[in-house]
Design a protein around this ligand. Structure first.
Ligand code: ATP
Ligand code: MG
Length: 568
């Protein structure tokens, strides 16, 4: 493409509302333009990168036997009522005003709709169905450019199986395909076990790209490779206060003490000897969760450990059920509560906790002697530098971008929508499903997050909008311009994708800056003393490596260098 006649609008200034590198660079390099909050137009350069990501995805999905669909984005509201997901999505689902339709945020419903009408027998199974399509979600806080949009492109696939082994197989096929997709996309990624959350199902993993721009917090061990979302992570923190026990309970007057730190200071004891009580409703019944010292309760872990519905207690509940302020609640003598304790409290002795009377605490508590603990559960939030649960090395906490999510759904959707098949014995059974998503824009933004410098983007050849950025330094010299035009033709004829900066009246410095900003992997520079000596200069964008080659060998040298870059 000739720069002079193309639409490659670059910006010198960093747009004010863009705070992360990928957002800034996608705007500055002219890949995208905002239309409204969370809604972006992809311009030609940006869309070329998107199409390359989609090609990689298609190749790997086809390789595991996926069949490509194109499902409607407009869905009748009734199918969403069948699975009760209008409620689950709440305000996140866009509804039309003039028809009973929604804009689909995902496609389990439509898949089940097709399957229940078409899949009759185990002989029709297994199937893997996928599409690459626009999704709509009324995200509360669209941000970080295309990383969290209200309209975005997802590769979503669905596996349909007759058996649970079949589901495991389809799930593993997807996991392997995803690893290839992200590796080919030049991303350093890791996989974390995820919380199954509101989607239900029996297993799920997220594919994460480490980046300060990410919204997910993950716990990583650089020693053994342990990786988990903070929502499910655990560590090998030793249990607390196993020392001398066997003393008689004693009430301690603790006037105006509200926090664990105040209490520790007031009593001159370590926070590890204090047990903090938190109250929730579990399936609407009161439960008390006992935590060690300043350990933070992780509500997602609590939800997974208890199952059912877990809701916080309201202040009026608190007064009604306990008669004491939050700071004075404790596990002993409290009526009507089931008590769960964090694992670190197992075997703990000589502890101090609230006395269920304002301004008093109880001392000398031996947890297993004095507290009627329903179960010890791991519900604490992991902190940086704690020992890895697998190898005890020091854990690290990092932000990451979720670029994909794979899910064993089981029969949740096929049950509610009646998507069944007849098994070998002729009995009717629900189809066993999996669902698997990839954020296409997130691949591009994550790639830029991991591959940029202060001058701009530095693409891997595989996702680069063009492979070569050809720059004619001086368009006033007819001989030089004539050579450049011919070389452009030769490179294109050799099957290469080339941006040709043939602009007149633009300074060399300006052209070089644009080339570094757009970030194509290889720059071919024609001008100055090298041209007079019969040579051309090649510059590798990412490394800065420069190589001077004879004009007669340029096409071959360019191909060779690109192959080297692609293999790196
Ligand atoms: P998140 O937790 O980031 O909101 P999600 O769990 O809602 O993601 P899924 O429903 O599993 O995401 O969607 C599959 C994939 O689609 C995600 O892994 C992510 O890469 C991408 N995705 C989800 N929401 C958005 C969005 N608002 N903008 C861009 N990509 C998105
Ligand atoms: Mg979401």
């Amino acid at each position: 493409m000739r720069f002079s006649t193309s639409f490659f609008p670059t910006l010198k200034e960093i747009p004010a509302d863009a705070t992360i590198p990928s957002h800034q660079l996608m705007l500055r390099a002219g890949l995208i333009r905002p239309l409204a909050a969370g809604i972006y137009s992809f311009l030609p350069l940006g869309y070329r990168a998107i199409k390359k990501a989609m090609t990689i995805i298609r190749e790997e999905m086809d390789a595991i036997g996926g069949q490509e669909f194109h499902l409607p984005a407009l869905n009748p509201i009734e199918v969403w009522e069948e699975t009760d997901r209008l409620k689950a999505f709440g305000d996140t689902i866009f509804r039309l005003q003039n028809r009973p339709l929604v804009l689909a945020p995902t496609h389990e419903e439509v898949i089940c709709f097709i399957a229940r009408n078409e899949v009759r027998s185990y002989k029709n199974l297994p199937q893997i169905w996928y599409q690459i399509q626009t999704k709509f979600r009324n995200e509360a806080r669209p941000r970080s450019g295309v990383l969290r949009g209200r309209e975005f492109t997802m590769k979503d696939s669905y596996s349909l199986d007759a058996t649970w082994e079949g589901l495991d197989h389809a799930y593993n096929l997807h996991a392997e395909a995803y690893k290839k997709i992200y590796s080919r996309s030049g991303l350093k990624f890791f996989i974390v076990g995820a919380s199954s959350g509101a989607m239900g199902g029996t297993g799920s993993q997220e594919f994460m790209v480490e980046s300060v721009a990410g919204e997910d917090t993950c716990v990583l061990c650089d020693h053994c490779g342990y990786a988990a979302n903070l929502e499910v992570a655990s560590s090998r923190m030793p249990p607390v206060s196993q020392a001398e026990g066997g003393k008689e309970l004693e009430e301690i007057h603790t006037p105006n003490i509200r926090t664990i730190d105040q209490l520790a200071a007031f009593l001159s004891v370590s926070t590890e000897r204090l047990a903090k009580s938190l109250v929730y409703r579990h399936n609407s019944k009161p439960v008390l969760i006992l935590m060690a010292g300043n350990d933070q309760l992780n509500e997602t872990k609590l939800q997974s450990a208890l199952g059912g519905t877990v809701e916080p207690f309201s202040p009026t509940d608190l007064a009604q059920f306990t008669g004491a302020d939050a700071g004075s609640i404790g596990p002993i003598g409290l009526q009507g509560f089931k008590v769960f304790a964090d694992l670190r409290l197992k075997g703990a002795k000589n502890m101090i906790s609230g006395a269920n009377r304002n301004d008093y605490h109880l001392g000398n508590i031996d947890i297993e002697r004095d507290v009627d603990v329903e179960a010890f559960i791991d519900v604490r939030t992991v902190n940086a530098s704690e020992p890895c649960p697998d190898c005890a090395a020091s854990l690290r906490i990092a932000q990451a971008i979720e670029v994909g999510h794979i899910f064993k759904l089981g029969t949740k959707y096929s049950d509610s929508m009646g998507a069944t098949f007849l098994d070998e014995t002729g009995s009717e059974r629900p189809i066993i499903m999996g669902s698997y998503g990839i954020g296409v824009e997130r691949i591009i933004a994550a790639h830029i997050e991991q591959h940029h410098d202060e001058s701009g983007i530095s693409w891997d050849p595989v996702l680069a909008p063009f492979e070569v950025h050809l720059i004619v330094v001086n368009t006033d010299n007819p001989e030089l311009l004539g050579y450049s035009d011919r070389l452009y033709g030769d490179l294109v004829a050799a099957g290469l994708e080339v941006i040709y900066d043939d602009r007149t009246g633009v300074s060399p410095g300006f052209k070089f800056n644009d080339a570094d900003l757009l970030g194509m992997p290889l720059q071919v520079i024609i001008g100055g003393k090298h041209f007079s000596a019969g040579n051309v200069e090649l510059k590798v964008r990412r490394s800065g490596l420069r190589r001077v080659v004879a004009q007669s060998t340029v096409v071959g040298e360019v191909k060779k260098l690109l192959a080297e870059l692609a293999a790196a």
